[in-house]
Design a protein around this ligand. Structure first.
Ligand code: ADP
Length: 433
């Protein structure tokens, strides 16, 4: 069927079927003509002439099929190049290649041509593929006619984890026979792998964060039961530390639960009308004690009247608590944290409500800025832990803000403080839309 060394292009059963059909026609014609001659209704010479005509016509389909290899030399596609097959391969969303029984490319879609540009129509795929895993899978599939799978990593232009499936399949040919082919499909597993890695990292980080205070607690319990049993002073001090560690654990669990709650409702925009000014005042009032302890003044530049957005009050309280508390903790040396709200009108650009929390502390080095909203990312782990931080505050803030249809911007000049700006779309009632 395909080229030179390949076996005949049409299947044996079909060939036999066709031969049987032609023989039957010839036999019936022969008997009918002989009857007519015997009954003296037809001259023998005429009957012989008619018989050869009928026999010739009956042999035409066989002759046509026998000629097929000559026309198809150089490619098995004569048989399998049905328009439907081509259309199906082209429409496959994943890179897909149809190969003949020895692994020559019959069809490939644009996605396949993109990931394996060396694949050529009618040429052996084995010579065009680089990854040893693909080559082995393809070889095994051709040798065993069993489905094969392989995973491999593409390094350029970007690292991608790919999964290959080679599936043997039988493609009906134009003449009713069957052609043994292989379907090679590639699937990009990179997003799945990344998600798996992130999940594994997250679990590892969370357990590590929980284990640290837990280890401290059990260490102090041992000390209190042993050497410090009769030392009231040490007991007092250790109980204080244990309380702080237990608080940190509780906070971590709180943050983890909030994060998973926010993630679950990530695609549902809160619709309640909330006053941002009231929320900011409530947070600032709540943090006055901490500000006093840190020797920091919180300055507010807020409008007199309310400013409404669509939001969830509890979640927004959480965002601004985190941002202002961070300013008090990490920017305490600046002695001042400002909280301001501005409204961008449609004439000035995209209408937005912007809340900026600015501190005048040491700021954040530029290399940390893009990673600050990652879970458990800190510029200084020891400092964060000493401040009772969990490393989840900014990640939580980012998730909440994006659920509100907003953006979190972080700007900092190292040594000159940091500004965290949250931008929200202005309030729109359902009837506005
Ligand atoms: P944490 O619970 O550690 O405070 P966050 O997610 O709120 O976690 O913050 C992540 C890290 O970002 C902090 O550990 C700190 O290193 C840095 N950071 C956050 N806010 C500031 C700030 N205002 N100034 C300097 N560094 C900051």
């Amino acid at each position: 069927m395909t080229v030179d060394a390949s076996p005949p292009p049409f299947s044996k059963p079909y060939w036999l079927q066709q031969l049987r059909r032609s023989s039957l026609v010839i036999l019936v014609a022969g008997i009918s003509l002989a009857t007519l001659v015997l009954m003296h209704d037809l001259k023998l010479s005429s009957a012989v002439l008619v018989f050869f005509c009928i026999a010739g016509v009956a042999m035409v389909p066989l002759q046509m099929q026998a000629n097929m290899p000559a026309r198809g030399a150089g490619g098995g596609e004569q048989i399998t190049e049905g328009m439907a097959v081509r259309a199906v391969i082209a429409a496959m969303p994943e890179p897909t290649v149809l190969l003949d029984r020895v692994g020559r490319v019959l069809h490939l879609n644009a996605q396949a041509a993109q990931i394996a540009p060396a694949l050529r129509h009618r040429e052996l795929a084995l010579f065009a593929l680089r990854s040893p895993e693909i080559i082995a899978a393809l070889r095994d599939a051709i040798a065993t006619r069993e489905p094969q799978r392989a995973t491999y990593v593409e390094r350029v232009p970007v690292e991608r984890w790919m999964e290959l499936a080679v599936t043997p399949l039988q493609v009906p040919t134009e003449f009713g026979g069957i052609d043994n082919c292989f379907l090679m499909t590639f699937r990009d597993q990179t997003p799945l792998r990344r998600a798996e890695e992130m999940r594994a990292d997250f679990v590892a980080n969370a357990s590590h964060e929980l284990r640290t205070p837990l280890a401290a607690l059990s260490g102090f319990i041992d000390t209190l039961q042993g050497p410090a049993r009769d030392d009231p002073k040490a007991r007092e001090r250790f109980l204080g530390i244990m309380h702080a560690q237990a608080t940190r654990m509780a906070r971590l669990i709180d943050d983890l639960l909030s994060l998973s709650r926010v993630e679950l409702s990530a695609h549902v925009r809160p619709e309640a009308r909330v006053d941002l000014v009231a929320i900011l005042r409530q947070v600032v009032d709540g943090l006055e004690v901490l500000a006093g302890e840190r020797g920091v003044v919180i300055e507010t530049q807020l409008p007199e009247g309310p400013v409404f957005i669509s939001g969830d009050t509890e979640e927004l309280l959480r965002v601004f608590e985190n941002l202002i508390e961070n300013g008090l903790k990490y920017g305490a040396s600046g002695g001042r944290v400002t909280v301001s709200l501005t409204q961008v009108s449609p004439d000035e650009g995209t209408p937005e409500v912007r809340v900026a929390v600015r501190d005048y502390g040491p700021g954040i080095a530029p290399e940390h800025l893009p990673r600050l909203t990652e879970r458990f990312y800190r510029t200084d782990v020891g400092d964060s832990r000493a401040q009772g931080g969990t490393g989840l505050g900014l990640s939580l803030a980012k998730h909440i803000v994006s659920r509100h249809g907003g953006r979190l911007l972080i700007e900092s000049v190292f040594g000159k403080g940091a500004t965290f700006t949250v931008c929200f779309p202005p309030f729109k009632s359902r009837t506005d839309t």
